[in-house]
Design a protein around this ligand. Structure first.
Ligand code: GLN
Length: 202
């Protein structure tokens, strides 16, 4: 059977292109999503890295906030990296006073958690169900500070000062990483999301 899965990347701000390329390399069709019509044509959605406040502001202007929330509630697969992780968290720390999220993952995520001096770094990350480590790129990254029972940890920092910190989570149809798998050529995280989307199609 031909695989007709199409995954959208919310294309309001952030590193959209990199996600489109990574998804295409996983063998699925990947398209930028800016309108409700485009959202209606995809079977899964990626929220890219970027600036969570800006993405949310634009999502509101483009009237995409409610449609995305509805999908999240109804089991539609969504993967968020970095700013995207913030957007999927039910609660955030260190946000602006009025900052909202799409929510869906029962977690508290702290924005810009690694502080100024470490705004950008690479660290080895341990992925769930895998023995080979992953190189995580962290750019003013968030950190998961508290988790609901229904949330599964899918990545932790392997060594160094932040060893053991939770940087990847999954809750049913939703998946989020604090790092940017779209900025490395290792496709394992994107493959995990493609599998999630394919499973939801069955
Ligand atoms: N610090 C950014 C935010 O709060 C996220 C950074 C990123 O996506 N690289 O949205």
């Amino acid at each position: 059977m031909v695989n007709t899965t199409t995954i959208g990347v919310l294309a309001l701000q952030g590193d959209v292109r990199e996600h489109v390329i990574a998804l295409s390399r996983c063998g699925v069709a990947a398209v930028p999503v800016k309108t409700l019509k485009q959202l209606e044509s995809v079977q899964g959605l990626v929220l890219p890295g970027g600036e969570s406040t800006t993405i949310m502001k634009l999502a509101s202007q483009y009237e995409l906030v409610e449609p995305v929330k509805e999908r999240i509630r109804s089991g539609f697969p969504v993967f968020g990296s970095c700013a995207g992780m913030i957007l999927l968290a039910d609660h955030i720390e260190g946000g602006t006073d009025t900052q909202e999220t799409f929510g869906g993952i029962s977690a508290v995520v702290q924005r810009n958690a690694f502080g100024r001096q470490a705004e950008s770094f690479e660290s080895l990350v341990r992925l769930a169900d895998d023995t080979d480590l992953f190189t995580g790129v962290f750019i003013r990254a968030p950190l998961v500070t508290s988790l609901g029972n229904q949330v599964k940890v899918i990545s932790t920092i392997e060594g160094g000062a932040y060893a053991g910190r939770i940087v990847g989570i999954e809750q049913e149809n939703l998946m989020a990483t604090a790092f940017h798998p779209e900025l490395t050529s290792d496709l394992r995280v994107h493959h995990r999301f493609v599998d999630l989307v394919n499973r939801s199609q069955r």
